[in-house]
Design a protein around this ligand. Sequence first.
Ligand code: PEP
Ligand code: MN
Length: 349
Amino acid sequence: MRPDLFDSLIAGPCSAETHAQIIQTAEGLKGLPLSYFRAGIWKPRTQPGAFEGIGDIGLEWLVDVRKRYGFKICTEVATAEHVRAAAAKQLDMLWIGARSTVNPFTVQELAEALQGTGIPVMVKNPVNPDLKLWLGAIERLERYGVQVIGAIHRGFSVYQKTKYRNNPHWQIAIDLKQARPDLQLLMDPSHIGGRAGLIAPLAQQALDLHYNGLMIETHYDPNVALTDAKQQLTPAVLTELLLNLKPRSQNERAQNDLAELRDKLSIIDEGLLELLQERMELSKQIGILKRNSNTPILQVQRWEETLKSTIEKALNAGLSSEFAEHFIKMLHEESLRIQLELSKTNDAR
Ligand code: PEP
Ligand code: MN
């Protein structure tokens, strides 16, 4: 990844599952300029009985990643107990998940537990599309001296199935950025998209919309992941994705070129309309002549010759014969309609 594309890049598995899984994933990521290596230790699951995280032992594995690869490490905290356990291992950053941001009691508990630890925090958006709740959680933490360094946009819950797992509601993230330009705004395309195939276009969008960074779930083998298997990327796929991101300036240039070509198209279309108007004017004059000289409107031979020569000329010009046929028939039909109208006005007189 070009280092100037984003300020922050967070990658690592949705959940810490085994020591080997954590190490294998970190090994795959070691060439990337990660700001933090992530892994969920305590997992908020929708269904009881699902894998609810490996617990405190996962912190040891994260510490091992820091030691072996030099990555800073982070995890999600949802209770004061989580904060104490994470602080004891000197985690470098903690994030607050969507299901916690939504609840001011939880945020209050976390703010009190975080006070004085000095650990920076990132705050995911709440599950419901409420900008004030997101900003309120950030402010609640700050009132306890917590250094909130970033906000993470992970999308908002939906009932109906849509293209995305979570509805992005882009405007909320844009408004948050406007309200708090001092914070980093990261996109979590994994939870917005919910599918591996959507992560790359969302990451590009993050770049185009001037986000400061990305949090992307990464697993050495997503097929065997215990949580969020569909949306995790292998380290190799993540590396490829980052290499393929088009820098903003390049994208802006493409947009400018596109606008210029579209302007040219509009000018040609206007010219075509003027020519059509002229053509129909001529057709009217011919109609008047035909009417006054009692000449039949449709002259089959002349029409057949016109059709044939138009198709020939179109083919010579590199246009398709179907298009040429369609086009000249439409023009002819309209001319006939105009001339028939004229003959009716004559009958009426
Ligand atoms: C996660 O990052 O794994 C997670 C549970 O995220 P969210 O709070 O966005 O659902
Ligand atoms: Mn997840």
